[in-house]
Design a protein around this ligand. Structure first.
Ligand code: SF4
Length: 235
């Protein structure tokens, strides 16, 4: 098995991406064959997440899916998770919460931390919980696509993840926004209704607005706060 420690000397497999899923199914089949139950998918239940869940269910019906439940998500996001649970009853969906409740966080760091220190808020409510969720597993899956932003355009299928001392598998790197939606419509998958209301990228409610720039799908995330990533994908 490829482990983080042996990364430097390991020859990574290559995957064709001139097929229907642009390599995603091949990557997932390899990853679950390699890591078995030692891999989790950290899913935000945005539309890319729905595509990945459908593809994962073809490879491993009882895969473990982790949702970083900050307690600050939109009602529509929680409704989407319920729809996914109905459609894929064998998936193991874990709602991973931060150790601090919102009240405890407010007592220790002040009210509405996301307004005056969003990086600290993301660290407490996303980064640390993901680190805990990845403890004891070798690899994790992410729905990053190269097209999403300049910070993501060099992502590979299989990435050494120094931040979490893990291996990050990104099956959708070659998918475009159009590919994602074509797949969802073709397979009639459930998705977050906020996507139909101008939200291409959906995170926590206090930090997500409809996209400000139609050419920048993530322009509604932390708009006006000089922040573009929650910290999960930054070394
Ligand atoms: Fe806090 Fe906003 Fe980060 Fe959610 S996205 S954890 S509310 S700063």
């Amino acid at each position: 098995m490829l482990t983080y420690q042996t990364w430097e000397s390991h020859e990574l497999p290559s995957f064709p991406h001139d097929n229907e899923t642009k390599g995603a199914l091949d990557v997932l089949a390899w990853a679950y064959g390699e890591y078995k139950d030692d891999i989790v998918y950290a899913c935000s239940f945005g539309v890319e997440g729905i595509v990945l869940i459908d593809l994962i269910s073809k490879v491993k019906q009882d895969a473990e899916i982790v949702f970083l439940d900050t307690c600050l998500h939109f009602r529509e996001t929680y409704e989407t998770i319920e729809k996914v649970k109905e459609k894929y009853p064998f998936l193991r969906i874990v709602m991973k919460k931060p150790s601090l409740s919102l009240e405890e966080q407010a007592q220790q760091f002040g009210d509405e931390l996301w307004k005056h220190n969003p990086n600290k808020c993301c660290e407490l409510r996303k980064v640390i919980p993901l680190r805990e969720a990845l403890t004891g597993v070798t690899a994790w899956i992410s729905g990053l696509r190269r097209e999403q932003s300049p910070t993501r355009k060099h992502v590979e299928y299989i990435n050494k993840d120094d931040k979490f001392q893990s291996i990050k598998v990104c099956p959708l790197i070659h998918w475009t926004w159009k590919d994602v939606w074509n797949y969802v419509y073709k397979h009639q998958l459930p998705y977050n209704v906020l996507h139909d209301r101008g939200y291409p990228s959906i995170g926590c409610e206090p930090c997500t607005s409809p996209a400000l720039d139609p050419n920048d799908l993530r322009s509604g995330r932390w708009a006006g706060r000089g922040k573009t990533e929650c910290g999960l994908h930054i070394s």
